[in-house]
Every structure is written in structure tokens, then in C-alpha cells.
Design a protein. Structure first.
Length: 267
């Protein structure tokens, strides 16, 4: 059990902490438990479309009080990647104002011509003109970075196109593979390791999806805890080749497990 002590939890949000606008049962208690225990953790999301401030406000409305440093989006990780791992500073951004603000706040220059890099995120106002510009810039030599590669996301009772759907069109037109930042790729994890000064082995993804959350753990060789409060059922888990390190019915079970392995009696 010692291998499960003092894990740094990377906690998915939609389906794990909340579902739509409603909190998942025991989410508040789980976060409070981690805070009171002095544990390191981050709420992580592949969606770059919302500002950190709006997420903090949403969580606060559910009774979950966090600061900006407790939330990491694929947009945050994209900005971190560009600043720390590349020399690209002039950016053509396809994405929300929140994503553009994240890039600008890190000192990156948003341009409409001659960029070093095209950054693609979730953009509800995406159109042919934006695609044409992105394709031409990449063909002219600009790098191609995507915040995440989710093709769709749920929106109420519907499924709507997301970043991956936009990026696939640009990829088809250019023949260039993008650098992907979010889950299940490694750049988001690298941001966490850099931020906490920890090892990869200390990190554990907690989420409700096999295809992004658990697969992130498998692909990056870190622990993954699946909670059955979102899209994944036990039947789906049984039929999948993607398997988590541990499965919990809910966050209360995970909290009990964590409390046990981190107690003095855990051995």
C-alpha cells in the first residue's frame, strides 16, 4: 500500500468534480480533505475555452473554494510549453478569448500575420477564413500546436465539435501533425512535474473517462483512479482494453482509501 501514499492527484473536472452545473456528491468533502491534509493536487481540464476565474467562480458556487494555482487547463499547459520548450513568441491563435488571454499573459504576442506558431483550441467562432489562415501559415513554416485533441464534448443532451475536429481539418490540408498538449499526451504532465518539483511517479490521474483520463495514466505510465460518477460504467470497463490502477464508485470511497493508506497504521 506504500506506493499509494502522498500521491499528487490530477483531478478531472466534468464527471468527477461536477456534472454540468451540479457538483458530484462528496466532491466538496474530497477537496477539503486534501486541503486540510496539506496535499498537493490540481484540478485539470482538457478544455481551454474557459478562463481560470470563471472556473473558480463556478466551483465556488458549489461550495468548493480554490485559488488560481489549483487549476490547470490545456491552455495553461500550452502557454507553459511555448514559453519553456520553444522559441516561438508570435502566435496565431484559433480559440476563445480565455485562451488568447492565457497566451498573452505569458508574454506571447498574438498576431494575424507571419506567426512562428499556430495554436488551435476550442473556438465557437471558427470559420473558413480562420482555417485558410492557419493552413497558409503552417505551409509557410509556422509550427502547429493544439491545446487538446478531443473531437467532441457533451453539451447538455447533445454532442458538439471540439478542438480535435478543428485541428483535423487543418492537419488534412497541411499534412502536418500537431504537437498536442492536453491529455493523454505528456506536455500537461510535464507542466505538473515542473510546477511541483515532483517525479512523474508521484502523480495520479483521477477521472471518469477511460479514453482520456485513464488512457492518460496508461500512456504516461502513472497511476490512474477511475471514479464511476461520470460516463464510464462497470460494463464499459469490463469490455475495455484500457484499465485503471484502481476503481472507485465515488469520491467518498477514494477519500476513505487515501485516508487509510496515508494513516500511521498503513504500514
Amino acid at each position: 500500500m506504500n506506493g499509494f501514499r502522498d500521491l499528487i492527484y490530477l483531478i478531472d473536472m466534468d464527471g468527477t468534480i461536477y456534472r454540468g452545473s451540479a457538483p458530484i456528491p462528496c466532491a466538496k468533502e474530497f477537496i477539503e480533505y486534501l486541503k486540510q491534509a496539506g496535499r498537493k493536487f490540481l484540478l485539470v481540464t482538457n478544455c481551454p475555452g474557459s478562463s481560470t476565474e470563471s472556473l473558480i467562480k463556478k466551483l465556488s458556487g458549489m461550495g468548493i473554494e480554490l485559488d488560481k494555482g489549483s487549476i490547470l487547463s490545456s491552455g495553461d499547459a500550452a502557454a507553459e510549453y511555448l514559453i519553456k520548450s520553444t522559441s516561438y513568441r508570435k502566435i496565431y491563435c484559433i480559440g476563445s478569448k480565455a485562451l488568447q488571454d492565457k497566451l498573452a499573459e505569458r508574454g506571447l504576442e498574438l498576431v494575424s500575420e507571419k506567426p512562428d506558431c499556430v495554436v488551435v483550441g476550442y473556438d465557437r467562432e471558427f470559420d473558413y477564413e480562420k482555417m485558410k489562415n492557419a493552413v497558409q501559415f503552417i505551409l509557410d513554416g509556422a509550427a502547429f500546436v493544439c491545446t487538446n485533441y478531443d473531437a467532441t464534448i457533451p453539451e447538455g443532451e447533445k454532442v458538439v465539435p471540439h478542438t480535435g475536429a478543428i485541428a483535423e481539418g487543418i492537419k488534412a490540408a497541411t499534412g502536418v501533425e500537431p504537437v498536442i498538449i492536453g491529455k493523454p499526451e505528456s506536455h500537461l504532465l510535464s507542466t505538473v512535474v515542473s510546477r511541483f518539483g515532483c517525479s512523474r511517479e508521484q502523480c495520479c490521474i483521477v477521472g471518469d473517462r477511460l479514453d482520456t483520463d485513464v488512457y492518460f495514466g496508461v500512456k504516461q505510465n502513472i497511476k490512474s483512479f477511475l471514479v464511476l460518477t461520470g460516463v464510464t460504467t462497470r460494463d464499459m470497463l469490463k469490455e475495455s482494453s484500457i484499465q485503471p490502477t484502481k476503481v472507485f464508485n465515488n469520491l467518498y470511497e477514494l477519500m476513505q482509501f487515501d485516508e487509510k493508506v496515508n494513516s500511521n497504521q498503513a504500514g
